[in-house]
Design a protein around this ligand. Structure first.
Ligand code: ADP
Ligand code: MG
Length: 513
């Protein structure tokens, strides 16, 4: 046995790994040439102050993010040379994640939450729920399997999330501040549980700023300013050249072939991006062309705009009187609440958006990130292709959850890989994908609705946008007949609230004209 392990490459080996961020003019070295080896069965704590690079390290270890430079090997395989399918398999079977805020899905029971990652491992439903139940039993929550997260204490929710991390038999549990939101008693239970799992064979990597928490691990690594300051029990560093001959257990892809596959994937993505762009251009062009075709064509255009919803009003900041004066835009969440009280209004969705790059493993996609409220899908008459939309509870808890459009799903995930339940990376934070929207296509304005990434407005205001003004308030009117009446009411309410016309209201019927 001992000679066996000697021959095996280390579980995790990172060699001079850096992760740099460009923040305006300054280069932030979140990780600066870090080298680290972790063997199977270790219980390691990574410790450091806030901003020291802990989460950056965890995201790279869990293949949620990729290093700017340096090599990262899992079981001897260079992660940067893996194909998307290999990476997906690795992520699915090797790593289980536990986060400070549990990240459980509010509408699902404990059992369903635990079973979720097994969905995309293609485990049959019966088997998955049984396994989830066994895990919950083992973690002392057998009698809570049918409870929803809102009916569980923080400590219980964290134990559910640990069960979820283990459902696919993860070799490595990555826990980022798992006790950060718990009282000390529940925190101790969670740490005891991690110790127990480690004794039973799991490798545990615990990330914490708290020295008392770190004491529960066998090995403590201190990082500060993106560098390792100390390591209480460094694993013997293997000479990489010596470990090279280890036969790749899970692929026989040679270097040249791996490079060519990676290049192909890249080219393929470019091609797809170009096609998407072309689709938008054609969409807009087609609308213009049809306008010229005459009545027959016009009807099609009208049908198309109708399908977007004809009974919508768009309330936006800025207006005829303020445009030139450069005054601050002032649309607020309270404006949205006030508007929702008006007669004839059925739903209101405040929206704030910008562009951002979302990442899943080694795939990137630049799309439109939008913070909004649960009513958004009602306003837009939009259905879910998979999973669920976020809820009021997610709003209250500022849940790090995300619902993605079809294009985003296609760009980030391989076929047969279910996005729901996966963790993605956006603006240096991790979000769990809870749903995928139905395909919607381009609007007449030329924006591709399927490139949308939706997060709770509350989460967005803390993590992405800041607390300032909204981009749009979209208002759904009960029926098209009442559009003008409600528009007038919105205008006078807003004038009253703001004391000046620093807003504008557009209706989709005027688009038709
Ligand atoms: P920790 O988890 O230890 O608090 P992080 O790994 O989150 O630290 O961040 C490490 C450093 O990198 C911090 O200085 C942080 O501000 C910076 N950083 C993280 N993500 C980004 C980003 N997307 N853009 C710019 N700087 C970032
Ligand atoms: Mg952190």
């Amino acid at each position: 046995m001992a000679s066996d392990t000697a021959k095996q490459p280390p579980l995790i080996q990172i060699d001079r790994v850096s992760r740099h961020y460009q923040a305006g003019d300054t280069l932030v070295k979140a990780l600066d040439e870090v080298s680290l080896t972790i063997e199977r069965g270790e219980f390691v704590a990574v410790m450091g102050q806030s901003g020291s690079g802990k989460s950056t390290l965890m995201n790279i270890l869990g293949c949620l993010d990729t290093p700017t430079s340096g090599t990262f090997r899992v079981n001897g395989h260079d992660v940067s040379a893996m194909t998307p399918d290999q990476l997906a398999a690795l992520r699915l079977k090797t790593f289980g994640f536990v986060f400070q805020r549990y990240q459980l899905l509010a509408p699902l029971t404990a059992r369903e939450n635990v079973a979720l990652p097994a969905t995309y491992a293609h485990v049959p439903v019966e088997q998955r729920l049984n396994r989830a139940e066994q895990l919950l039993d083992k973690l002392g929550l057998g009698d809570r399997a049918d409870h929803k997260p809102g009916e569980l204490s923080g400590g219980q929710q964290q134990r559910v999330s640990i069960a979820r991390a283990m459902i696919n038999g993860a070799e490595v549990i990555l826990a980022d501040e798992p006790t950060g939101a718990l009282d000390s008693q529940s925190g101790k239970q969670v740490l005891a549980l991690l110790q127990q799992l480690n004794r039973e064979g799991s490798t545990v990597i615990l990330i914490t700023h708290d020295a008392h928490v770190a004491e529960h691990a066998d090995r403590q690594i201190h990082i500060s300013d993106g560098r390792i300051q100390s390591d209480s029990a460094p694993a013997p560093t293997l000479d990489i050249a010596a470990s090279e001959p280890a036969p790749p257990a899970f692929t026989s892809v040679g270097f040249a072939e791996a490079v060519s596959t990676a290049l192909k994937a890249l080219r393929f993505n470019w091609f797809r991006t170009a096609l998407t762009l072309l689709g938008i251009v054609i969409g807009v062009g087609a609308v213009v062309a049809m306008m010229a075709i005459g009545e027959g064509g016009k009807q099609q255009v009208l049908d198309r705009i109708e399908s977007m919803g004809t009974n919508l009003l768009l309330l936006r900041p800025g207006g005829g009187n303020t445009r030139s004066s450069g005054e601050m835009a002032t649309l607020t969440v309270q404006d949205g609440e006030a508007v929702s009280q008006l007669p004839g209004v059925s739903y209101v969705a405040p929206e704030r958006n910008s562009r951002a790059t979302i990442r899943f493993g080694n795939r990137d996609y630049n799309g439109r990130i939008q913070g909004t409220t649960p009513d958004y899908i009602h306003v837009r008459d939009w259905g879910m292709a998979r999973g669920v939309f976020f809820t009021e509870q997610d709003m209250d808890s500022m849940a790090p959850v995300i619902v993605i459009g079809q294009t985003v799903a296609e760009e980030l995930f391989t076929q047969g890989e279910d996005p729901v339940g996966q963790y993605v990376f956006l603006k240096s934070a991790v979000y769990q994908v809870i749903g995928v929207l139905e395909a919607k296509g381009a609007t007449s304005g030329g924006s591709d609705m399927d490139e949308m990434m939706l997060i709770p407005l509350s989460t967005g205001r803390v993590r992405v946008f800041g607390r300032d003004h909204l981009s749009t308030i979209t208002i759904k009117v009960e029926s098209t007949d009442r559009l003008d009446e409600v528009q007038a009411a919105v205008e006078s309410l807003m004038l009253q609230r703001h004391g000046r016309e620093d807003f504008m209201v557009r209706n989709t019927a005027s688009l038709i004209e």
